[in-house]
Every structure is written in structure tokens, then in C-alpha cells.
Design a protein around this ligand. Structure first.
Ligand code: NAP
Length: 433
């Protein structure tokens, strides 16, 4: 008599590839993904295979599966201790059963397809009855985006970059500003490191944790255009804010950000990536960019703006579509790139600032300024050539969606259907932490 053994294809995250960006945990609609100071892990008791987390993961570390006995999945505690994924072996069978092992084949009728859903496929959760529309933005790039390279360099084989410059962007301490945001230029010399605006890299900070493990890689958006921070050079820039003891929410206490902020010209930096295949700009002429950001979330907007500025230069292709930017910071002294933004031609980019802590002024967020520009935003929403990018604090996401919904509804464009249309066409992108 043979024993009926139930095999589970367990969803796991590869700790060697994961850059701990928190995207999966934020995306999971049933809170199956969690983390400690070491790893991001999936709780097999909760995961329902809705696949909502798969597409947004910038590295692909989320897309790992091991066949295990359903009664003996890898526990969350066990996964926290992993430095790498366990190999897929045969499955040991409990002593009570007749045979010693079963082959590691998945159940024929699994709860859902284990393959990655096609970009933009919102049907992945249907089998489980889960509403996967918690994914607020597009899971595909604009149709005309250039094809990105991803994962060229990994934890096991990083690339060494050289710091070519480190400049403070925010007014200095003597101006009474503690916020230290830096523009950091990394050069890759003769080694290939092709990037697109909107992509990110991760940096491996030197040193170890108290437990003797290497520090995790930390992810940063690229702040320069695809053809280099300095045009024609094999370099890129990052926008990095120094983490002070009073800052909350940085899981490694700013080890990597502060390491970058302290870099000297000529210092070498271990880099992995590039990452990101969806938060990319459209390449077709006359496409419009509606960009909404807070603080260092301005990094990808700078890259996109600079690329468009170069393309617009005489002899470089001429006109581009409309660029409209909403940019929030505490004060103008704490807004990265304030000076350069102010000097861009008004007929090239429509810049709108929101300052929340200007003495004597009411607290203003990007959403408040967007409301004031609702007529122009409504016109952009009506245009199928408009692409929307939101980057910065997680907290802004809700408010920005609400104001977009209000503007759309009030201008006769029912938001629910417009939202779906934008998402399906790769026209609404979020990168918030
Ligand atoms: P910050 O200085 O803390 O905040 C920027 C502005 O956003 C402030 O005026 C702040 O107002 C305002 N704000 C706070 N809550 C808001 C809300 N719910 N809606 C709208 N505005 C709100 O920003 P930061 O420290 O630079 O942080 C930027 C974020 O971008 C971080 O979470 C970072 O991880 C993320 N990010 C960074 C990169 C990068 O490459 N460096 C890339 C992508 C994303 P008050 O504080 O005065 O309330």
C-alpha cells in the first residue's frame, strides 16, 4: 500500500540575490512576506501563490521554488538563517511511510501557475480569488522604452566602480541645514555598465555585521542619463541622503548611505545590477512625462529630465513632449538640485515645488500643488501619450493617487477605468520606499 504524500512547491527568496528593497513585502496582499535584519522570507502557511510579488521584484530573487513535503515546509525561522538557498534534492519521507523518498515533482494541480506572469498580467491571482490590484502601478514598461540590461553584476561577481566625485546638494550646515544630500558620481572605466534612466544599482558596503555577515546591498536610483553623468563617459550618478541617528526606518542604520556620503574621489565601490525593467521612460517623440517626487526620490526624475534635455539640444532630435514636475522637500535649501532645476527653460519643463517646513508658511505637499494645477494635469491625463512617474516616500503614494483620481473624475475621466488603462499600458509607475 503506498502512502499519499502531498508535495508543496514552496515559494522562497534567494538571499544571495535579494537587495532587501522591501518591494515584495509591500506588494504581498496577504502579508506572507516578512523580514528580519538578515533576510526577506515567505511564510509557507500564508502564501497563496497569487504571484503579485513576482513582477515588481527588481532582481528576480523572488522567483524561487523548492519542492518540499507539504507537512514540512522550510520555516520562516530557518529561512532567516540562510546565506544561500538550499539545493533541490529528493524529499525525505517520514519514517512511517513505506518508501524512503519521493521524486521532487510538483503537484499536478497546483494552486496556481508557478511561472512568472507576463508583464501586466493581472490575472495571476484569479485562481486564488485574491484581488491582485494592490499593485498600484504598471508592471510593464512603456511600449517604446529602450530594452534594459539587468543583473549583469551579482553579489558573487560585483563590478568595481571608482568614485569620480561627491558633491553636497543641500545647503551646508552653516546655513542651518542638517540634511546632507549628496550627488555621487561612479565611474566604471573600461567595464560595460549600460543603464537607462529609472533603473537602479545596489552597492555592497564594506565591513560586516556584529554577527560576522557581510552587510546587505542597498539600492539607489540612477540620477543620470543613459549616456553618462558626463555625456559620453562610462559613469553614472546617485542621489544619497546621509542617515543621522534621529532618522527612522533605515534597516541598516544608514551603513551604506553614510559610506557613500563619505566617499572620496578615487575610492573604489562594489556595485551590483543594474536593476529595474519597468520604471523606464518612453522613447517615442512627443511622449509627455508627469513626474512627482519627494526628496531623494528626485534621482530618476533628474535622469529622465537630463536625457530629454540632451535630446532637445540643437541638432539632437529637437522637440520632446511636455515635462511636468512636482517636487516636494522640507525647504528649498533641502531640495536636491534646486539651483539646476530653476535654471531649466520654462518651455522645456514645468517645475512645481512643494515645501513642507518653510518657516511662516503652511505645510505644503506635492498633492496640494497638484490640486492647484488640476486643469493642466487633467489635460495631460486625457492624452494617451502621457506617462506618470512617482518616486520618493511611501507615504506620498496614497495621497498622489487620491489627487489623480479627483482630477480625473472631476474632468469627466472616470478614475477606475483610467487607472486600469494607465497600468495596462505601462503608463503609471511607482518607486516608493
Ligand atoms: P524627506 O526629506 O523626508 O521628505 C521630502 C518631503 O516629502 C518633505 O517635504 C516631507 O514633508 C514630504 N512628505 C512627507 N510625507 C508625505 C506624504 N505623505 N505625502 C507627500 N509628501 C510627504 O525625504 P527623503 O528623506 O529625501 O526621502 C525620500 C524617499 O525617497 C526615501 O524614502 C527614499 O528611500 C526614497 N527613494 C530614494 C531613492 C534614491 O535613489 N536615493 C530612490 C527612490 C526612492 P514633512 O517631512 O515635512 O512632513
Amino acid at each position: 500500500m503506498s502512502t499519499q504524500l502531498e508535495v508543496l512547491k514552496q515559494h522562497l527568496i534567494d538571499p544571495e540575490v535579494c537587495i532587501r528593497c522591501n518591494t515584495c513585502e509591500e506588494t504581498c496582499p496577504v502579508d506572507a512576506i516578512t523580514h528580519d535584519s538578515a533576510n526577506y522570507v515567505v511564510n509557507a502557511d500564508i502564501c497563496n501563490f497569487c504571484m503579485a510579488c513576482i513582477s515588481p521584484c527588481p532582481t528576480g530573487s523572488i522567483d524561487n521554488w523548492r519542492n518540499v513535503l507539504k507537512s514540512q515546509p522550510y520555516s520562516v525561522e530557518e529561512q532567516y538563517t540562510w546565506g544561500e538557498l538550499p539545493a533541490q534534492g529528493t524529499i525525505a519521507v517520514p519514517a512511517t511511510s513505506e518508501s524512503d523518498s519521493v521524486s521532487a515533482t510538483p503537484p499536478k494541480a497546483g494552486p496556481a501557475s508557478m511561472t512568472q506572469p507576463a508583464p501586466g498580467d493581472d490575472t495571476a491571482g484569479e485562481a486564488s480569488g485574491i484581488e491582485v490590484d494592490v499593485v498600484r502601478g504598471s508592471t510593464m514598461p512603456p511600449w517604446s522604452a529602450a530594452r534594459p540590461y539587468v543583473n549583469l553584476y551579482t553579489h558573487k561577481a560585483p563590478i568595481t566602480a571608482t568614485c569620480a566625485g561627491n558633491y553636497r546638494l543641500t545647503a551646508n550646515e552653516t546655513g542651518g541645514i542638517d540634511t546632507d544630500v549628496r550627488h555621487i558620481v561612479l565611474d566604471f572605466g573600461q567595464l560595460p555598465f549600460p543603464v537607462l534612466e529609472g533603473q537602479s544599482i545596489a552597492v555592497l558596503p564594506p565591513g560586516e555585521t556584529a554577527a560576522g555577515r557581510a552587510h546587505h546591498a542597498r539600492q539607489y536610483s540612477i540620477a543620470s542619463a543613459r549616456d553618462g553623468e558626463r555625456r559620453g563617459y562610462n559613469n553614472l550618478s546617485l542621489t544619497v541622503k546621509r542617515v543621522t541617528p534621529s532618522d527612522k526606518g533605515d534597516t541598516d542604520g544608514g551603513i551604506c548611505s553614510n559610506y557613500l556620503c563619505d566617499l572620496k574621489k578615487g575610492d573604489q565601490v562594489q556595485v551590483i545590477g543594474p536593476f529595474g525593467a519597468t520604471f523606464l521612460m518612453p522613447n517615442h517623440p512627443n511622449s509627455h512625462l508627469l513626474m512627482i517626487c519627494t526628496g531623494t526620490g528626485s534621482a530618476p526624475m533628474r535622469g529622465m529630465t537630463e536625457y530629454r534635455r540632451r535630446r532637445r539640444a540643437p541638432g539632437k532630435g529637437g522637440a520632446t513632449g511636455k515635462l511636468m514636475l512636482f517636487f516636494g522637500a522640507r525647504t528649498k535649501e533641502e531640495l536636491p538640485y534646486f539651483g539646476p532645476l530653476m535654471s531649466l527653460p520654462k518651455d522645456f519643463i514645468d517645475v512645481n515645488f512643494a515645501f513642507s517646513r518653510t518657516p511662516g508658511q503652511p505645510r505644503t505637499y506635492v498633492q496640494d500643488v497638484m490640486k492647484k494645477r488640476s486643469t493642466d494635469i487633467a489635460a495631460m491625463l486625457k492624452d494617451d501619450n502621457t506617462y506618470i512617474y512617482v518616486c520618493g516616500l511611501k507615504g506620498m503614494e496614497e495621497g498622489v493617487i487620491q489627487v489623480l483620481a479627483d482630477i480625473a473624475n472631476e474632468s469627466g475621466q472616470p478614475w477606475e477605468s483610467l487607472w486600469k488603462k494607465l497600468k495596462d499600458a505601462g503608463r503609471l509607475h511607482f518607486e516608493t520606499y
